[in-house]
Design a protein around this ligand. Sequence first.
Ligand SMILES: O=P(O)(O)OC[C@H]1O[C@](O)(CO)[C@@H](O)[C@@H]1O
Length: 526
Amino acid sequence: MITWNNLDTLDSYKELSKASRVNLAEVMSGENGAERVKNYSIPMAEGFSYNYAAKAVDDDVLDALVKLAKEAQLAEKFKALYNGEVVNTGEKRLVLHHMTRGQLGDAVNADGVDKRAFYVEQQNRIADFANKVHAGEITNAAGEKFTTVVQIGIGGSDLGPRAMYLALENWAKKNNTFKMEAKFISNVDPDDAAAVLNSIDVAHSIFVLVSKSGTTLETLTNESFVKDALKKAGLDASKHMIAVTSETSPLAKSDDYLAAFFMDDYIGGRFSSTSAVGGAVLSLAFGPEVFAQFLEGAAAEDKLSANEDVLKNPEMLDALIGVYERNVLGYPCTAVLPYSQALNRFPAHLQQLDMESNGKSVNRFGEPVSYPTGPVIFGEPGTNGQHSFYQLLHQGTDIVPLQFVGFKNNQIGTDVVIQDSTSQQKLCANVAAQIVAFACGKSDENRNKNFEGGRPSSIIIGDQVNPGSLGALLAHFENKIMFQGFLWNVNSFDQEGVQLGKVLAKRVLAHETDGALKVFSDLLNI
Ligand SMILES: O=P(O)(O)OC[C@H]1O[C@](O)(CO)[C@@H](O)[C@@H]1O
């Protein structure tokens, strides 16, 4: 029997709050630190490991976290979710994104269909379509091959697929699976669409309109913007566009598209990278086999997330440590710092994934909670971030927990030895150095040069960013965020907080404004 209780009502949470604080600088120094790095590590899928040696936890804190996981029924709640319970209470929906990449539990029937079969069917339809485009069986009106794919979408219909595309672009080129260049139009700023359109040959481009709801202002505006450009180029837009949407959306049955592929209401936009939303652009860009490998990596990590043993479940432990940092230690932010240029836009995707999911002030029953929930998430790839905001991370007045991601190998393989080390070695040396610098600090009589240390971090270490590892990494963060939502007792799968601004913007455009809204409208010349 599952019970959904607020975090602060749980006995194990009260016990956790009383656990003695760990002196991170002390425990990470010398031989003790070396032992921690060896022991505080959990294997993940695709050759990754999650290392939490530099987090401010010890065996007592970990014991308390294990008890918290049990009392909060994290494993049972995940099981209920993947077995098709209505976990998205706000919208009264199932939450099935795991099913786009595997079947973790029971078959789930909804809307009269087996949902796993539905997602696989969409993947197969996309694969077939992509193969025909690559083979020149689906072409433009002149019978010429499409060379570029342009995704039009915003939020979850943009950030995840864009981050995944960028992560695999160089890998695919190196591994001869690069089929088509992809571009993305998201912002309603006309300069976004115009710049993309100026950079491509529209006659050889296929546009993927992605909108789960089929009603998003920015996306529909950009669709019209693109159609206008196609018309001006003398092209039939319906021969250049496909749609990815839910079967119930206004786009689903339109003749405006060459083909339509479907997700459904049980896949949240920000959790849709492994559905048709990511599937269409990634299969067109890299081929369906690459997309399938990406799904396999995610499915393998999902399996680990289902493990009841917290110390063998990287996502559950990561979530628990995050809640300890947020609610007991009182840290307001978390930075995600991938030491990989391929993961350039991964933090941007995680910003939506995490903050749109857990940025809530009421629990899943709509009652206010009296404790902090989701932290502010931000990040940049290393080493670039080091030369930007790391000053605050090292010496600022707030402690910001850090999530590093590092890889032993790069993607392209070109590297040069300069002053006895390769660039890849320099990259990896920096991430190792940062972890220890943050944790241990360095005392200096000059206070300006003093580093307190005690700044916690974890690192996920992998071999290389490739389709499988990228899938596993994505699933890690999706599942961590889900477990944190369970702990905070919030509904991580709705996003009512984005509605008010949309309603007011519509009023501005309809000139139905007064007060401050009217003055701002005038100032902005609307
Ligand atoms: O895919 P859609 O329905 O166009 O929505 C796009 C995005 O807009 C949001 O609803 C936020 O406004 C996100 O949750 C979603 O990912």
